[in-house]
Design a protein around this ligand. Sequence first.
Ligand code: F6P
Length: 457
Amino acid sequence: IVGPLESKPWPKTCQNCGAARHSVNCAASHFQIQVASTMSKANLFYAQSGGVTAVINASACGVIETARKHKDKIGKVYAGLNGIVGALHEELIDTNKESAKTIAALRSTPAGAFGSCRYKLKSYAENKREYERLIEVFKAHNIRYFLYNGGGDSQDTANKFAQLSVEKGYPINCIGVPKTVDNDLPITDNCPGFGSVAKYVAVSIREAGLDVASMCASSTKVFVMEVMGRHAGWIAGAAGLAAEQDGDAPHIILFPEIAFNREKFLKKVKSCVKKHGYCAIVVSEGVQNPDGSFLAEAGGKDAFGHAQLGGVAPFIAEMVKEELGYKYHWAVADYLQRAARHIASRTDVEQAYAVGAAAVEFALAGKTAVMPAIIRGKGKKYSWKIGEAKLADVANVEKMLPRSYISRDGFSITEEARQYFAPLVQGEDYPEYKNGLPQYARLKKVLEKKKLKAWRG
Ligand code: F6P
């Protein structure tokens, strides 16, 4: 549209729409169309970012399988060894070296098969070298498509990079691929990874609840299960699906959205034990005191400045023991919940695959700075389709559990929440089992030959 790729310097404005070259909203898309249509074949770079999930590899599978269907436009699919850090160090895994069978097995393999990272790219003003290095690496390996599979922070990085690559005259089609067990990305109805954690925690509290019920007459009366989710109570809320009838576990859910009230909580535990003989509690790692401090922090902060959470379950259990004298057990679901591929939600697996596949199609259509989003149908029967969200609208926004999803007393979920959560945990998608254990993909992870000097960032 704006002239052959080789014509440098590129025009300052798009000849199609007249918008400034660095305006990603409009002009960049035209530039990208030009790039895609005038280039012989370009390579694609895919990176996993942030906390992994049971289905992030299903997205990788969607990306790679779809790219392989477009051999005329996409040469190699590179995956970053340990995410974007792999791009900085020019450690690019050549996924073309993996067999179709191995790539297919990614669909049912948990965690991040290529390695993920908690690494924040600073702003361009703060650290130009990192961005310039990325462009240098992408240029050296003819990479024109960048798919970043992560949460809010990663979408922010992809957005910044999309704009910068245009400004630097080497436009990259940057597409975000949503992922996070925390389910806190805006616009998309839910985030791949969440449905499977939701299923795991609901199943776990139902099963553990039955255990405590059997013991409570003479032994354990309280069970506390801690779940992830950071500042948002989506995972904790989903555990509430397990309680279908009065008396079912969980009896109490502690949400980050509701300030912890010690007296009210202890009163509720006591009345629950009196009524049912036991009390099963789900506590979100992000539960806060009225002053906004976390009830329990594991200590330390990650590269994004997020406090490392964890350890609130023993804290709560001990509080119950001290005040009410009940024998307790507690569990911190921790990585078990987000790695539990054996009990993944089929809906989640399908959606994770679909966003990966859609991201490739978006890139080939010349789009940039966008993310495939899951759009829920309006009908009574659950349906979903893939829509499109601008990265600028997704970046760095945390979507909290709505107040209308939490009961008036703040300890359980409402019918509205149940309707939201229920479809997301539907269906099973068991991995292949051998000798009684799930079989997961084992990748060769062959690195592309380096062309540049070592990165000393
Ligand atoms: O953001 C996803 C998440 O699983 C959070 O729920 C949790 O607090 C965090 O990651 C843990 O991060 P890490 O694995 O880096 O300690």
